[in-house]
Design a protein around this ligand. Structure first.
Ligand code: DAH
Length: 339
């Protein structure tokens, strides 16, 4: 039995030296020290021994058990230390590496332009008001002197919710809503989304943005309209900006004018950018039609006013030299980061 015990101790030592993880250590513990383990097996046979041999073998068995236990716990310590070292190595940080700068956001070019427009008008004492995008035929067309079957509706086909409810094609609807609610003097701008059933291309989108303007007071003239728009466009495009007022027709203004901007590229001479025109069309405007005023309960004999509607995309594209409207909606960071 002495021989057996010594052999057990030796085998346990060999197996321990090969054990690579905590699981194999546990297997070794069970194999040698467990209830059905090899040492227990020896102790069970002690009955066969003589009275002199018994204490000697008993002592040896206890010593072998204690030795194996000690070897097990030192192997366990070593494995734990190794695992800890590997973890530290894996999580190691190089504090000398340069930091990663956090990415800063920036306003979208449409929002940046809108913010500037709003600032200009707030500075002139205008209020900023909002109107609904889902609008009735009445506010979008009828009250703007565009009855059903009016030809001016042709260019403003839109998405109908039912016969009388639609996605507004123009922010001009907010003119009516404002005049119904407020008494003159009125000075507002109203930015927002508008919709038309247009196919997408470089200059069209079924959803785009307009900024409506409306001023109603006693003695308001076309000169006020001109001065206001000139101030705005010089702020947006620079002091040397030149405008051209061109007669036009809108059912809700009389007289009406379209306002063009002198082409930056050729300064009015005509080039490929302005299609040889020398000017690029920018916005619609005019003096509010007496019928429209009357419809809103404002006496055209006492009050007059001007209105205008600007495409936000158009003025943004002009400012930043963007030649395709779709770029403004695609949210491609490579494009947006340039502004
Ligand atoms: N509503 C017009 C459009 O969508 C733009 C416009 C023209 C607005 C003349 C006005 C205006 O307020 O007086 O094309």
């Amino acid at each position: 039995m002495t021989e057996q015990l010594k052999a057990i101790e030796q085998r346990a030592g060999e197996e321990l030296s090969k054990a690579a993880d905590l699981k194999s250590l546990e297997e070794i513990r069970v194999k040698f020290l467990g209830k059905k383990g090899e040492i227990t097996g020896i102790l069970k046979q002690m009955g066969k021994l003589s009275a002199e041999e018994r204490p000697v073998i008993g002592q040896l068995a206890n010593k072998v058990r204690a030795d194996i236990e000690a070897a097990l716990s030192s192997a366990q310590e070593k494995l734990k230390a190794k695992a800890e070292a590997m973890k530290l190595e894996a999580e190691r940080i190089d504090v000398t590496l340069p930091g990663k700068a956090p990415k800063l956001g920036r306003p979208h070019p449409l929002n940046a332009t809108l913010a500037e427009v709003e600032e200009v008008f707030l500075g002139m004492g205008f209020d900023i008001v909002e109107g609904p995008e889902v609008e009735t035929d009445h506010y979008c067309f009828e009250a703007l002197n565009m009855p059903k079957h009016h030809p001016a509706r042709d260019t403003q086909d839109t998405f109908y919710i039912n016969e009388n409810v639609l996605l507004r094609t123009q922010t001009s609807s907010v003119q009516i809503r404002t005049m119904e609610k407020l008494k003159p003097p009125i000075r507002i701008i109203s930015p927002g989304r508008v919709y038309r059933s247009d196919a997408v291309d470089a200059t069209h989108s079924p959803l785009f943005h307009q900024i409506e303007g409306l001023v109603i007071d006693k003695g308001v003239t076309m000169a006020d309209l001109k001065g206001t728009l000139e101030l705005l466009l010089k702020r947006l495009y620079g002091e040397e900006t030149q405008l051209r007022f061109r007669p036009h027709h809108f059912p809700y203004t009389e007289p009406s004018a379209e306002v063009d901007l002198m082409c930056f590229n050729c300064h009015g001479k005509g080039c490929s950018m302005c299609k040889q025109e020398g000017y690029v069309e920018l916005l619609g405007s005019g003096m509010v039609h007496p019928k429209v005023l009357e419809g809103c309960g404002i006496d055209p004999e006492i009050y007059s006013g001007f209105a205008f509607g600007i495409g936000l995309e158009r003025i943004t594209m002009g400012r930043y030299n963007i030649n395709d409207m779709r770029l403004l909606y695609e949210n491609d960071m490579r494009f947006l980061e340039q502004f």
